[in-house]
Design a protein around this ligand. Structure first.
Ligand SMILES: NC(=O)C1=CN([C@@H]2O[C@H](COP(=O)(O)OP(=O)(O)OC[C@H]3O[C@@H](n4cnc5c(N)ncnc54)[C@H](O)[C@@H]3O)[C@@H](O)[C@H]2O)C=CC1
Ligand SMILES: N/C(=C\C=C\C(=O)O)C(=O)O
Length: 507
């Protein structure tokens, strides 16, 4: 890791013979001495190495971000917006290259990276480039005491941004874009498992005219560089997406500095399917919502590696058998294949450790007497010889499982879903709410009154009814209970990344 001309840090990915992206811009950066092996999930082989940065790199990044802050924060929203638009255009021009890289690094299908991850990363910059132009402040009057009050907002300073491996560029840009649009400078840390597209974006930052020091990217592990960033006294706010245990650690480290935190964490998301649901629409959407993020049917991707994925399907008893039969038929159609295969609907999981973790849940379910109806341990995977060491697994459906089972309580974050029957509306709401998480729920019914009633009673930051993962970026995104703290979106991100001041004028 090193300081570069553009104020971008720790940017050295060692090239392996089959690593094909151009690296001429790397000359701006000094090499680092310590690396982490990065694996291709589809083969299980090391294919590049990521810098293993720590305190020293964070210190250098803070210095650059501090120096850049006065100039960047003094620019008008219009000027910052133009830079974000240029960056979006450049990312879009590199869409294919970025999609190939994301697919190779993460294991998801190329189709998914091409149609979801990279387009959404482009959209993140365009969206915040536009929304930053439309915020207004508050004003109230107190005529009886001759006072006018109004608010002003200012960027907070240096924002620490930490993102996970499931949607690498998509989630990193979802944080960088609003932070810099609001006038902050940032230090961003992508997951050590998926650093490549962040690294590729660095050269585009410079080209887009992002001034040196405005966006600093540090690469490395959570315990080393992540904690150095979170603990740094000059980084007053942290936006984090990832697991709940890591969020706890970040909260502890932030507490002595009273840092502002935005935490987007996991879920144990229910789908509630009433007997009057339109199964023609519900079944394909629920297959997708269960197994998304290595998969991409209908040009819309999803392998259970999205925090919004369904992992508990409650089906009203009267339609349970029919639903289950059709759901299994639809699941079995999903082809697991190498990420570059355009006919594959699912690629590989992120890592060996993660594959083992996901498999361990299925073992536990079996030991508890649950039925595994398809997938892991039931059907056979067919893969080319070169990919036998990859982290693949078939979409797996579990039934006859108790609500108390760990498979029904804990976030598995893999292509595994549990299907259970229910009798009444009241019962299913109670059962859906009986977990520590509260991120996303789906409700399927043609009774509008019921939809409103149930949606209001679910402890969930997001409720999709008769659909799934239709995103309106303007509106609040985030979870209740252990699924997070705070919300992201046009207004919410703006409020998080700015400090508000109330001014009173006596006249
Ligand atoms: N959005 C979500 O809900 C996500 C949930 N997960 C869940 O978390 C489980 C574990 O996955 P991980 O990759 O280990 O997630 P994680 O929460 O440990 O990693 C997310 C990010 O946090 C960083 N990080 C880790 N420890 C840190 C620390 N002490 N201080 C600062 N930063 C730190 C990581 O380097 C990465 O950039 C998954 O199996 C899944 O259940 C994982 C990714 C995303
Ligand atoms: N935070 C996650 C997904 C967000 C999706 C979106 O903003 O559309 C996650 O899977 O971790």
């Amino acid at each position: 890791m090193s300081r570069g001309k553009a104020g971008v840090f720790s940017l050295w990915l060692e090239q392996r013979p089959f690593w094909c992206w151009k690296t001429s811009w790397v000359e701006n950066f000094l090499p680092c001495n310590s690396y982490i092996d990065s694996y291709d999930p589809s083969t299980g082989e090391v294919y590049c190495r990521v810098p293993d940065s720590g305190k020293e790199e964070v210190e250098a990044a803070v210095e650059a971000a501090r120096a850049a802050f006065p100039g960047w924060s003094a620019r008008s929203p219009q000027e910052r917006s133009q830079v974000l638009h240029r960056l979006a255009d450049l990312l879009e021009q590199s869409l294919e290259e970025l999609a190939q890289a994301e697919s190779k690094d993460q294991g998801k299908t190329i189709t998914l990276a091409r149609t979801m991850d990279i387009p959404r990363s482009v959209q993140n910059f365009r969206f915040f480039a536009s929304s930053i132009l439309h915020h207004t402040s508050e004003c109230t009057q107190m005529d009886h005491v001759g006072c006018l009050h109004y608010t002003v907002r200012a960027p907070v300073g240096i924002a620490g941004l930490i993102s996970p491996w499931n949607l690498p560029l998509y989630l990193l840009t979802w944080k960088i874009a609003p932070a810099i649009a609001a006038g902050n400078t940032v230090i961003a840390k992508p997951s050590e498992l998926t650093s490549v597209t962040a690294w590729m974006m660095c050269k585009l930052l410079e080209k887009a005219g992002v001034p040196p020091g405005v966006v600093n990217i540090v690469f490395g592990t959570g315990p080393r560089v992540g904690e150095a960033l979170v603990s740094h006294p000059e980084v007053p706010l942290i936006s984090f997406t990832g697991s709940q245990p890591t969020a706890e650690r970040i909260t502890q480290l932030s507490a002595p500095h009273c840092k502002r935190l935005s935490l987007e964490l996991g879920g144990k998301n229910p789908a509630i399917i009433f007997e009057d649901a339109n199964l023609e629409e519900c079944i394909p959407t629920t297959v997708r919502s269960s197994f998304a993020n290595q998969a991409c049917p209908l040009g819309f991707g999803l392998l259970g590696e999205i925090c919004l994925c369904t992992s508990r399907i409650f089906v009203q008893k009267s339609i349970y058998s029919e639903f289950l039969k059709r759901f299994l038929e639809a699941t079995r159609l999903w082809k697991v294949g190498i990420p570059s295969d355009p006919s594959a609907s699912m690629g590989a999981l992120i890592s060996k450790a993660h594959l083992e973790k996901v498999r361990s849940y299925i073992k536990k379910a079996r030991a508890e007497g649950a039925q595994i109806l398809c997938g892991e341990g039931v059907d056979k995977l067919s893969l080319p010889p070169r990919n036998q060491g990859g982290y693949f697994m078939l979409p797996t459906v579990i039934t006859d499982i108790k609500d108390e089972s760990c498979c029904m309580k804990e976030e598995i974050f893999g292509p595994v879903t549990c299907v259970v029957p229910f009798d009444s509306e009241e019962e299913v709401i109670k059962r859906a709410n009986s977990v520590k998480y509260g991120l996303a729920a789906t409700v399927w019914s043609s009774n509008v009154g019921r939809i409103h009633r149930v949606a209001k009673k679910l402890q969930s930051g997001l409720v999709w009814t008769n659909c799934w993962l239709i995103r309106e970026l303007n509106l609040p995104f985030g979870g209740m209970k252990s699924s997070g703290v705070g919300r992201e979106g046009a207004k919410d991100s703006y409020e998080f990344f700015t400090e508000v001041k109330t001014i009173t004028i006596k006249h």
